[in-house]
Design a binder for this molecule. Structure first.
Ligand code: BGC
Length: 912
């Protein structure tokens, strides 16, 4: 990379539509297009782009053009909304982009990418909902055997294209001619297969469908389309409030296969009364929380292939419509992501074998086992062990989390459940045959699943315990980002608790690309909103809304997730659309808060600073602080959307609520009425106190931390406290809290062997053992929300709210805590932003990566710019760089490129 090299602009890469590479079956008729500029030159930036979209892959064919933007003078390379000819159901669009750089040099066209529209109108769905009646011999709360459904059809000619549009009430696995559609399938190697489709939404309101390209699977002649249907969230157990079948009792399937023959003729195969079904297959029951029961003796053979004798199968029930609106897949599906081998295997006191996977994970166990036909192997799951090394299951509450497999032969058999999952590190194996001889260590493996959010971030530093903490945060995220951001994966809960999600979302967006995932969930949030405008505590909402003693909506620090999460998606991905789409519902929630406050003070209600140890914060204080914060975010959101009048209105509301907050919760001497870290942090972070009170609040917070040496916040303050300490210039105190090894504190579980984040600071202590089993998850990500500070401040990789999506990054490592090196990388919408710093012999080294078409502010810990070297030469007036000495450091404004800086480093008291 030399400065004199002529400008060469490569073709743009990483073309994405709606956050996805070549999505099939989307609903958005003005989809958002993004690309990355391929340019190695320092300071590379885009000054113009041209997009063209066509119905044909051959982009030169003019008549097929859907959209040609011509040359658009703009540096925008993400979230460009399609503005061409109106798109129709099932239409395919190919697209290409080229860009111009700052020198006016033009790139070649990118490789064409594509997207395909789904079924845009409800009337496009011509099939019927089919299934089998719930077996009369079962009790209402029982889980039904899986329903196997099949239909033969004849394809008279060679097939040019075939698409399957498919969904279910329940969960389904689709098959064509015996082949699993939508990935590698459950029996094969882990990875790729879509699981638990159509996923979880409030089915009464909205139901997603999936689209598959099955062109290669439909053969001229006889074919068979099939599906296995399980209860899933629809008809099975969900949460803890109501037992079973909240949405419906019987699982149902809806499918539509569109075939285009080579001669241009078309045909559609629908779910209709011609299908046949059976509940006599090997999946005897399945439930997301309870587990799956499989009897291999009931194997149906090649049931999804043509020529199968299905004479005994029953006629299906067929009904026209279900309540919810059918929408295309938004966000990633759940998939198998990897497989863990057992590290250790032992026998407990009862003779049962216990496999230790070495990692608290979420997914299923794959069993490889040989025994006698009819022998039943039972697998049970746990996160922790009892002192005698048997598995500890008390904290699972009502979730049975048990899979059973009855062997069908005397040969080695393999089983991976389809329609359930568990949260576990330990797997217990026992058999109906009594004592089992020691199984092979690979008789059980752990198959990890989660919503297929790509890992986009990495963090590492010189402190091994913090690296373990980061590992635990990441695994907490993996285990709980399953269709919705759940609180925990193991017990009978697994709900999309809003508070947990809003404290963790910023950390989540460092670890993985969660844009699509939250685009989907925010729709669910809106679906759950009450008529009065309140966002609910859990989403999808399954709570009893009529309980006079527990109003599960409008709860402080939980409901505001409805505003905080879209705002965070905007900050991290430059996604204005989510703000525009959710704007009305966000306004609705502000109106709800206004209407449900007394002189702008929110009620003394809710969960308070949930699970705090050693301090308490008034609930009305929390509520009013979040009311003010929500108003301030709405001022910004309205501003981003160009709604100036609204922005002024929300700005005034913020000021009014802030005044009310001071009146009610800040004493004349500048103390918060709740003497807690959380109270101080909310006041400071949300800008609710001005001098002189602000100084007093800062002094109180610092004194409290000095005195106690530990964090005393619960969920509400846990993501805010470290950034607040940085904001007030006390990184030393942030390090003190982060590095404390006592509980309450982040490293206490690490020191006790945790591999995920615990729900409670004291989930287990040497003195007391396990906390109350009524609520003690060992995989709860909320306290992992310190991750955002580790990325943004310890490593120093932050965004700039004014230029969101990392269009402009802020690289500002906060050296301290005895840490001698750190690095972080993040694949943003523009490309990889990277930071790496280390201290050696009193010298601070910093390498920085800034992607093309972005800029960064890089802050070095010296006030003397002439002390800064770049690649061993004193910093000169380099192009694409501005130098700004400041009171305590020096800031450099840099363009795209890779840089290596050094400067002298002197530890400041309390830091390093
Ligand atoms: C969940 C939490 C949730 C809380 C609300 C618990 O049962 O596990 O994570 O936020 O309830 O107080």
């Amino acid at each position: 990379m030399t400065l004199s090299a002529p400008s060469v602009v490569g073709a743009p890469v990483k073309l994405r539509c709606e956050y996805t590479v070549n999505p099939l079956g989307i609903d958005n008729v003005t989809p958002r297009l993004s690309w990355q500029m391929a340019h190695g030159r320092r300071g590379a930036r885009q000054t113009a782009y041209q997009l063209r979209v066509s119905t044909l892959r051959d982009m030169e064919a003019k008549p097929a053009t859907l959209w040609d933007t011509g040359k658009v003078v703009s540096d925008a390379s993400i979230q460009i909304r399609y503005g061409g000819r109106k798109l129709k159901s099932r239409q395919r669009a190919y697209w290409q982009v080229k860009v111009w750089d700052a020198e006016g040099v033009e790139s070649p066209w990118s490789e064409p990418a594509l997207w395909e529209m789904g079924l845009l109108k409800q009337e496009d769905w011509e099939g019927m909902w089919i299934g089998l009646p719930f077996p009369a011999e079962l009790a209402a709360e029982d889980s039904a055997p899986a329903t196997y459904l099949r239909r033969d059809f004849n394809a008279p000619a060679a097939v040019a294209a075939a698409r399957l549009y498919i969904t279910a009430c329940g969960v389904y696995e689709p098959y064509l001619n015996g082949q699993r559609i939508g990935g590698a399938g459950t029996e094969g190697a882990a990875g790729g297969a879509d699981l638990f489709t159509p996923g979880w939404t409030d089915y009464n309101k909205r139901l997603r469908y999936q689209t598959y390209d099955v062109t290669g699977l439909v053969k001229p002649g006889e074919n068979t389309l099939g599906a296995i249907l399980g209860d899933g969230w629809y008809a099975g157990n969900v949460g803890f409030m109501k037992a079973h079948g909240i949405y419906g009792k019987e699982a149902l399937l809806l499918a539509q296969l569109h075939i285009t023959y080579e001669d241009g003729s078309t045909e559609t195969v629908l779910t209709d009364p011609l299908w046949r079904g059976t509940q006599g297959g090997p999946i005897r029951s399945s439930d997301m929380l309870m587990g799956e029961t499989y009897d291999a003796r009931m194997d149906l053979g090649a049931w999804a292939c043509a020529g199968y004798e299905a004479g005994q199968w029953a006629e299906v029930t067929a009904s026209p419509r279900v309540e919810g609106e059918l929408i295309a897949q938004v966000g990633p599906t759940v998939q198998y992501i990897g497989e863990l081998g057992a590290k250790e295997l032992w026998q407990d006191g009862q003779g049962r074998w216990v496999f230790d996977l070495g990692q608290n994970m979420v997914g299923v166990a794959r069993l490889k086992y040989q025994g006698q036909p009819g022998e039943t192997v039972t697998l049970r799951f746990a996160e922790m062990l009892n002192p005698d090394r048997s598995i500890y299951t008390t904290n699972l509450r009502r979730a049975k989390a048990t899979d059973t497999y009855t062997l069908g032969s005397g040969n080695l058999e393999m089983y991976t459940p389809r329609f359930t999952y568990h949260g576990f590190r330990y797997v217990e194996l026992s058999s109906s045959a009594g004592t089992v001889v020691k199984p092979a260590i690979d008789a059980v493996t752990g198959v990890v699943l989660h919503s297929a959010t790509r890992e986009t971030g990495a963090f590492e530093c010189s402190n091994a315990k913090l690296n373990q903490l980061q590992h635990n945060i990441l695994w907490g995220q993996k285990g709980n980002f399953v269709e919705v951001p759940t609180d925990c994966p193991q017990r009978d809960e697994r709900l999309g608790w809003m508070g947990d999600a809003q404290v963790f979302i910023r950390t989540a967006a460092f670890n993985m690309d969660v844009a699509g995932f939250f685009n989907k969930w925010m729709l669910d949030v809106e679906d759950a909103q009450t008529a009065e405008g309140a966002f609910t505590d859990v989403v999808p909402n399954i709570m009893d809304m009529t309980n006079p003693n527990w109003k599960p909506y409008g709860t402080a620090a939980w409901a505001e997730a409805g505003i905080i999460c879209p705002w965070t998606v905007y900050l991290c991905y430059g996604d204005k659309q989510i703000l525009a789409d959710r704007y009305e519902s966000m306004c609705g929630y502000i109106a709800y808060m206004k209407a449900n406050s007394v002189e702008l003070i929110r009620p003394e209600a809710g969960y308070g600073d949930w699970l705090a140890i050693g301090s308490e914060t008034h609930k009305a204080l929390i509520g009013t602080a979040f009311f003010a914060y929500a108003a301030s975010l709405m001022e910004k959101i309205a501003g981003v959307l160009g709604k100036k009048g609204d922005a002024r209105k929300f700005g005034r509301l913020f000021k009014d609520v802030k005044k009310a907050f001071s009146r009610e919760f800040v004493t004349a001497g500048g103390r918060m009425v709740s003497h807690s870290q959380t109270a101080d942090v909310l006041a400071l972070r949300f800008g609710l106190v001005d001098e002189p009170a602000k100084g007093a609040v800062i002094a109180h917070l610092c004194a409290d931390i000095e005195k106690r040496g530990v964090i005393t916040t619960g969920f509400v303050g846990c993501n805010l406290i470290l950034p607040t300490l940085t904001q007030i210039g006390r990184d030393d105190l942030a390090y003190k809290l982060l590095l404390s090894e006592k509980f309450p504190g982040w490293l206490f579980p690490v020191n006790h062997g945790a591999t995920t984040i615990w729900e409670r600071w004291d989930g287990w202590t040497p003195e007391k053992g396990f906390q109350d089993a009524g609520m003690n998850s060992f995989n709860h990500y909320a306290y992992g929300s310190c991750g955002e500070w580790m990325y943004a401040h310890l490593a120093g990789l932050d965004l700039d709210a004014e230029r969101p999506g990392y269009k402009h990054a802020v690289i500002w490592p906060k050296v301290g805590g005895g840490i001698t090196s750190a690095k972080a990388e993040l694949e943003t919408m523009y490309g990889v932003v990277g930071v790496k710093w280390w201290l050696a012999d009193g010298v601070f080294h910093l390498t920085v990566k800034v992607p093309a078409n972005t800029t960064a502010t890089v802050v070095l810990p010296t006030t003397n710019p002439s002390d800064i070297h770049e690649d061993d030469t004193p910093l000169g007036p380099l192009p694409a760089m501005q130098i700004m000495p400041r009171a305590t450091n020096t800031a450099l404004e840099v363009g795209a490129g890779e840089y290596g800086f050094t400067c002298g480093y002197r530890a400041v008291e309390g830091n390093a």
